[in-house]
Design a protein around this ligand. Structure first.
Ligand code: FAD
Length: 422
């Protein structure tokens, strides 16, 4: 009998495992893929390790940064004061105490008229007055309309922020979760609003270091082992697939996989039915490898307003490496790959000038990158109606969109609930 089993080795399952291991509770983790990391993992590209998709963190990712500090990987991060650069627009936050830094930053933003700047400040103050809590969740576009936010301000600031953070188009995105994101990042302390870039590939940043930590603390990690179904057993649960029994289980799979894993537990039928109503949003990353380094003026540059791509400087990983990200659904998904590459190269040239020779390129589209973060959507609790069974994953962290921080927080919470039950 395994005392504690974790199903799923994405960032949620790994966070739970690291937290339990730190408390002296060894875990047995089963991951169906041949590698750890789930939706935030490394991918081999002709011998070069790249990310399955460009990821960005912010200073407010307190739990993610705490666990990375424990794993000793913080030195792979590049932390910068917030600097949002979109063609014709720039927002930086001055060194002033919060919340003055935000008001001063918005009033000094480049590319906005005096009226637009005032609208932005008024909007943030209105949110602060209501404690960033809306009476009823609505679409972000409706909230921005109600708050009379001018079109140019929406296109340069609010839409790029919403699409990047919630990975959901403005008309469909949850205004309440957007308010939570603004509260914790833009309106948080200066440190919370910092942008945090990974300089090495994602695998090295968390999953690989977590595996070493788990095994060093007496636990074990089983790759390529899928848990088909979880069933009740005499004391605890039976894991079909690895064919092992476990006293306590943290289920940390992608929400689309829940029906398969939990389908034999009638008490969870209502949760499964609600999660079955989720819709998904993609993220597309175009990797470009030039024949010489192209240092960008800042590690992340917007290439246009609204839902336009962002380019990231990955020269630290390999000279000449850049990634270009396009969040959420849109017409780019039906473009032929070569046409999409040419469009991105044209946007990049317009922003930084002539480019060196392109040696290689690769598009990775994650179709179910995140759940569509829509108004009032159901988010299950980490605790289930069954003793010793917990749910971890970005979808359980109600205050957040699908993010690394949401996943890590959910894992840490499950670990603590489990420890409390011992
Ligand atoms: C391209 C892309 C870009 C993103 N950009 C950002 C970003 O910039 N910032 C940010 O904060 N977040 C970003 N995200 C979101 C972030 O990656 C996710 O929110 C997070 O990784 C989810 O982690 P998770 O552990 O909850 O789920 P998952 O990563 O889905 O982990 C679930 C794991 O369970 C395993 N599994 C499934 N079924 C079974 C089974 N039956 N048995 C055993 N194992 C199983 C899976 O293989 C997987 O490893 C991005 C996501 C993608 C895809």
């Amino acid at each position: 009998m395994i005392p504690v089993a974790i199903i799923g080795g994405g960032w949620a399952g790994l966070a739970a495992a690291v937290e339990l291991s730190s408390a002296g509770i060894p875990v047995t983790l089963f991951e169906s893929a041949k590698q750890l990391g789930g939706r935030a993992r490394s991918v081999d590209w002709n011998g070069l390790a790249i990310d399955n998709g460009q990821h960005l963190m912010v200073g407010a990712y307190s739990e993610t940064l705490r666990l990375m500090s424990r794993l000793g990987t913080l030195n792979s991060l590049d932390r910068r004061a917030l600097d949002l650069r979109v063609p014709g627009f720039r927002l930086t936050l001055p060194r002033l105490p919060a919340p003055l830094h935000l008001a001063a930053g918005l009033l000094a933003a480049r590319g906005l008229s005096a009226k637009e700047k005032k609208s932005a400040v008024d909007f943030m103050q209105a949110l602060k007055r209501c404690g960033y809590r809306l009476e009823r969740d609505i679409a972000v576009s409706v909230l921005l309309d109600q708050q009379r936010q001018p079109a140019n301000l929406v296109a340069r600031l609010w839409e790029p922020l919403c699409v990047a953070a919630l990975n959901t188009p403005l008309d469909a995105a949850s205004a309440q979760v957007f308010c939570n994101v603004l509260r914790d990042s833009l309106a948080g302390s200066r440190a919370d609003s910092d942008l945090v870039f990974n300089r090495s590939e994602l695998g090295a940043l968390f999953p690989d270091a977590a595996e070493t930590f788990i095994t060093r603390h007496g636990g074990s990690v089983h790759l390529g082992v899928k848990v088909d179904v979880l069933r009740h057993a005499a004391s605890g649960y039976r894991l079909d697939g690895p064919d092992r029994n476990a006293g306590k289980v943290i289920v940390a799979v992608h929400p689309a996989r829940l029906p398969a894993v939990l389908g034999d537990l009638p008490k969870l039928a209502a949760t499964l039915e609600a999660v079955a109503g989720y819709a998904w949003q993609p993220i597309l990353t175009l990797w470009l490898r030039f024949d010489q380094a192209i240092p960008l003026p800042f590690p992340m540059l917007g290439l246009g307003p609204g839902q336009a791509p962002w380019v990231f400087d990955r020269n630290d990983q390999a000279p000449g490496l850049l990634s270009i990200v396009i969040s959420a659904e849109g017409p780019h998904l039906s473009m032929p790959p070569e046409a999409l590459r040419e469009r991105c190269l044209a946007l990049l040239r317009a922003e930084i000038g002539p480019l060196p020779t392109l040696r290689d390129w690769k598009i990775i589209t994650e179709k179910r990158a995140t759940f569509a973060c829509t108004p009032g959507m159901y988010r299950p609790d980490n605790r289930t109606d069954l003793p010793g069974l917990y749910l971890a994953g970005d979808y359980t962290e109600a205050a957040y969109p699908a993010t690394l921080e949401g996943a890590v927080r959910s894992g840490v919470k499950c670990a603590r609930l489990l420890m409390d039950s011992l």
